[in-house]
Design a protein around this ligand. Sequence first.
Ligand code: ATP
Length: 526
Amino acid sequence: MFYQVSNLFTFAPMNQDDLFKKVIAHAKEYGFIFPSSEIYDGMAAIYDYGQNGAELKKNIRDYWWKAMVQMHENIVGIDAAIFMHPTTWKASGHVDAFNDPLIDNKDSKKRYRADVLLEDYAEKLRQKADKEISKAAKRFGESFDEQMYRETNPRVKGYLEEANATLQRMAQSLDKGDLEDVKALIEEKGIADPVSGSKNWTEVRQFNLMFGTRMGSVAEGSSEVYLRPETAQGIFVNFLNVQKTGRMKVPFGIAQTGKAFRNEIVARQFIFRMREFEQMEMQFFVRPGEEMKWYEYWKEQRLKWHKALGLDEKYYRFHDHEKLAHYANAAADIEFDFPFGFKELEGIHSRTDYDLKRHEEYSGKKLQYFDPEIDESYVPYVVETSIGLDRMFLAILSAAYKEEKLDDGSERTVLQIPPALAPVKVAVLPLLKKDGLPEIAREILADLQMDFPCQYDEKDAIGKRYRRHDAIGTPLCITVDHDTKNDQSVTVRFRDSMQQQRLPIKELAGLLRKDLEMSTLLQKLK
Ligand code: ATP
């Protein structure tokens, strides 16, 4: 009901830079996201969620938790501490290798990730190839063979080969720790500072992304600890605790949502790249040798989870990693078409037995599972799904933001948030502030608010109230008018189509349940 496109209005086209700016401004104006400690001028890459943002974020988290934990008999959830024993991060490799290669521009004094500059360069080449391909597709019409064109057209081949060669050389140099070559590559490709256009670069240096602090009351007795840079390690160190106490049988999963902290070098993309953010991760423990089957399974399941939201399918694509981390034997990202282009939203990684084995080595404790079916003990292999909650929030917000010109010439801004995730599900509006209408509206509210987040709103003309709720993505507005007193019915107005329907009050709860509950999404995952 909510996704039907009405012929009442037309969509105004918007350039992507404008869209991103508008989404950021809208998020602040309507209580979704504020810069942190704004009265002190804020902090780079740290944000606070406001009244509507906190609800939307909670709903996305719930959707993930229900889909992963509640819907799977063999997945359980935990909530591990942010601080972990410092040896954890030695074992996981973060102390030695959780680095990003950074480079500064001497003229603009701006700092960049060298790998991101090169990845963006390769992406531009791919976009050029895509442009050539779509031009050719138009030219040739039905007879166009895209695969053939990709493989034979010299210009397209040239773009794609150069993109691949650049990424391959970067990956090899980073693997070898040859940072001089990374800089040489940036110079050879003529990559300029995207802000100033300058090509005057410093050397490339490695920078560890973990935030350290000290634990303990006296300086001499305190020890250095880290704010966790990922939630996954809290799952690995609890692998045996959960397996034993939950009597879990391989294959099984442990899920967790929670804060992670990274001292990101480049922090200029709103909540896409934050220094404090939230992850939703699941580690799936499998029998060695079966990991590729589960890797494919989780790739498919996770994409299904995204698509169940009903946003246009064109927003998603898989990106298989060419360069694998040393512990992984397969890895892919689900990328989302953010207003600044396709970027990683979620990672699905086959992490082998690396993490558990390293923890065995550093802790001296066995982290093995006895598999009664094959009468053997082993360290399980792991397939991980890892998604940033804040990135997911940004994906939804930017896809949901629409400016529409209505047939009567007026305009509206509407957030077409999937109804089950909307911060406010229902607005109850008495047409007038008198004649007993507020009392009836409050009765309806009292009934509905036990099940759904609702808002009561009696201020301003009804049209203005509708616009206010369009702007925060409220899927349904219920208007109580004078007829309500006689016919016990109300007008229900739908956010996306703006159509109105007269419904008996006693049918409201049923309607809401059908369209707004999380189960509408979960059903699509079966
Ligand atoms: P990127 O390459 O964009 O830095 P990553 O590959 O380091 O990301 P992972 O370590 O795989 O990311 O983390 C898993 C997920 O956590 C990512 O897919 C992303 O959604 C989220 N994430 C990672 N870093 C950040 C961050 N700084 N801010 C917000 N979300 C993040």
